[in-house]
Design a protein around this ligand. Structure first.
Ligand code: PLP
Length: 380
């Protein structure tokens, strides 16, 4: 059987047009954008054009975009950059229990550095409550970081509502939009966010490039020391080919957003109807409403995530548990623990399917059939 890739939330294949764009830049436009000669000016021109596309995709100004090495660096620099530059106004930070480790581990570092962090819980749908945020807010809160949508369940958080709550509070508002960008309609002004993180490899762009949006006027301490690139906010020669590829991926994603959302919704329906036809027992981790179109997370009672993943891989279907895989064993997902408690069976029997470029209805149906077959075998 031809292999079926349904793990686009982990990473996605590069779009052929992105590869072509990058090849051209690598071959012909190799200059350093900081050089004043024509080679440098050509690279600067590509950088400026790419920045305009990226800024436009979230309703930002061009000088509000800082290119980074990906989502992890954008998240790290958002948190540490705000914490260290705002500590005279307070040392309290609020985030959630379901953030990506790029946020959670940075918060642990900040706790060791003298900051206090409140981790908001979520309900069984994996969504944070704006009331809990209101209760946690204090006069000395300097930063609130809540992801736009969760990478394991797809659960979309009430970012616009939280933005309104924070409007008259001193705390800056950061959202990790790594998993949502390209499929959600993001406008930083409508959302009321001050900082926003994105990564290219989730949207058919190259790995190792991302950006942090930082609203004009937000004081933010850089975390790298060196040259004056990115308006002195992120030192290091910009990866012009990766940035050009990122901009190409962003514009393709924007142009096809609605069509993809419709297609992935249909993929979810196919998965559910195959499960139902085969009488497979399942529960969904998260709802079908407040969710990203490309992510669906199933709990299959009586199964075990490790044997499911191995059997699916043998059948040619690449999916994921959504959580970290450490030294060959799969740690219970902190997201599912936050939703259902650490003793819940769901933390050990859940699988994330995520759709993307080149997936077809036929592939999704076949993957669902294989899943149903494996479950029947495992439950015997
Ligand atoms: N934030 C979220 C929600 C993610 O899903 C990921 C990647 O899995 C990251 C951050 C990290 O991004 P990157 O792989 O570009 O460092």
């Amino acid at each position: 059987m031809k292999k079926i890739y349904l793990d686009h939330a982990a990473t996605s294949p590069m779009h052929p047009e992105v590869i072509r764009t990058m090849m051209k830049v690598m071959e012909a436009d190799f200059g350093n954008p900081s050089s004043i000669h024509s080679f440098g000016r050509q690279a600067r021109h590509i950088l400026d054009e790419s920045r305009a596309v990226i800024a436009g995709s979230i309703g930002a100004g061009q000088n509000e975009i800082i290119f980074t090495s990906g989502g992890t660096e954008a998240d790290n620099t958002a948190l540490t950059g705000i914490a260290f530059s705002s500590q005279a106004r307070g040392k309290h930070i609020i985030t959630t229990e379901i953030e990506h480790h790029a946020i959670l581990h940075t918060c642990h570092f900040l706790e060791k550095s003298g900051f206090e962090v409140t981790y908001l819980p979520v309900g069984e749908e994996g969504i944070v409550s704006p009331d809990d945020l209101k209760k946690a807010l204090r006069d000395d809160t300097i930063l609130v970081s809540i992801m736009y949508a969760n990478n394991e369940t797809g659960a979309v958080q009430p970012i616009g509502e939280i933005g309104r709550i924070l409007k008259n509070h001193q705390a800056y508002f950061h959202t990790d939009a790594v998993q949502a960008y390209g499929l959600a309609d993001l406008d930083v002004n409508e959302l009321g966010v001050d900082l926003l993180s994105v990564s290219a490899h989730k949207i058919n762009g190259p790995k190792g490039i991302g950006f942090l949006y930082v609203k004009n006027g937000v004081k933010h301490q850089p975390h790298l020391y060196g040259g004056d690139q990115e308006r002195k906010r992120r030192a290091g020669t910009e990866s012009v080919p990766a940035i050009a590829g990122f901009a190409k991926a962003a514009s393709i994603a924007q142009a096809s957003r609605e069509e993809k959302a419709k297609q992935y919704k249909e993929f979810k329906n196919i998965m559910l109807s195959v499960m139902n036809e085969h009488g497979v027992r399942y529960e969904l981790n998260g709802s079908l409403e407040n969710t990203l179109p490309h992510v669906i997370n199933f709990s299959f009672p009586g199964t075990n995530v490790e044997s499911m993943l191995v059997n699916l891989d043998l059948a040619g279907v690449a999916v994921s548990s959504g959580s970290a895989c450490t030294a060959g064993s799969i740690e219970p997902s902190h997201v599912l623990v936050a939703m259902f408690g650490k003793n819940s069976e769901r933390t050990k029997n859940s699988i994330r399917f995520s759709f993307g470029l080149n997936n077809t209805e036929e592939q999704v149906r076949q993957a669902a059939e294989e899943t149903a077959k494996i479950i029947r075998r495992l439950l015997k």
